[in-house]
Design a protein. Sequence first.
Length: 415
Amino acid sequence: MSFFQNILSSVMKSTRRLNRFSSKSFGKLHDDINKATDSVMSTTGEVSSLVYSEHLLNLIENQDDNNLNKFLKDLLSNYDIDTKKLSKDVKNYINEKNDENFKNINISSEPEWVELFRRLNSTSNGTYRLVKLRERIRILNNPELKIFDLGLLNLFKYWFNPSFLVLEKIDWETPANILEKIIEYEAVHEINSWDDLRARLAPSDRQCFAFFHPLIPNDPLIFVEVALSNSIPESIENIIKIDRDETVIEKANTAIFYSISNCHNGLMGISFGNFLIKRVANNLKRELPSLNQFLTLSPIPGLMKWMKEYSSITHQRCIDKNCSDEELMKITIKYLTESNRDDGMPNDSVTRFHVGNGASLERINLNADLSEKGLSQSCGVMANYLYDLDVVEENHELFFKNKIVQTSKMIRTYK
């Protein structure tokens, strides 16, 4: 990562030097945001494009929500697809399928504002700033602006290709600015203090791994927390409590992925988790050959909501704490393995993620998360998904072919 940081430091210094003499060397930097946009789009020089783009991105970031909304509408109006030219290019291609006509269709079918975002991406820290811009666009929740949300997502799928990502281990020696972000971004089991964080990072049987992008070296994209043990834990409390007996990792045979957190809403729609879990599992297997089981201990965030709609009697019994273990087990398995969705995919988002990655549903754990969040979302129930590295790819292909959740023998006995 220090190699990438050195490159970025050089780029940022160059950008700052350009900014110091930009107004003298490249003409007027307009305070009017639409004129500033025109400057970016009309320039042909790489250096002047960088200067104008940096200025425009600063203006965009300083807009309040109303003005940002207006700017984006103007952008859509002024730099959208030229449908007349596109229609002409399509007709030309229909009449003669050659390289030139194909190239023209590619150019005319793309909105001009896509090129604007590409130029903005070239600015100092531009990639990160565009991720934050997409977050703001999503928060605006304006149907007219949905096209920008999708356009940026398509660009990000190229810019955040998994082959560009760097896997880093996060431990108690990691710089504090990154540790603070781990606390901030933890989305599954809240980290309430530095002691809480230390308990998850300092012991050798507790590990954490994150993906970073070379252009955003100080901000993780996604991270996973792992517990190493000699058994499959039945409760999240046994994993995250501060005072516990530490497992000797050389003797550990089980790796439990107990929390995975996406860090940026601006990257919603890009799947990093499937690559992260498999990469970490393979790395751990190489470092600790004694590991022979890779499982999750996962929340079931939609269980109670679904139960209220599809089994109101059981839902009320759970609220009143009168639901039997067998009844709760059966209704949970039904929720996780059957589908009420039009697309036939599993009801639960976590299930869709893990079985889509090639995992199988291994075990249901009652009274596994007795926190307020755990009780309200799933009546305290959690699930183990098994990542069998020998068949994970086969399971992945099979699931998307038949949409059947692979389950263990124990799960099948309840069905």
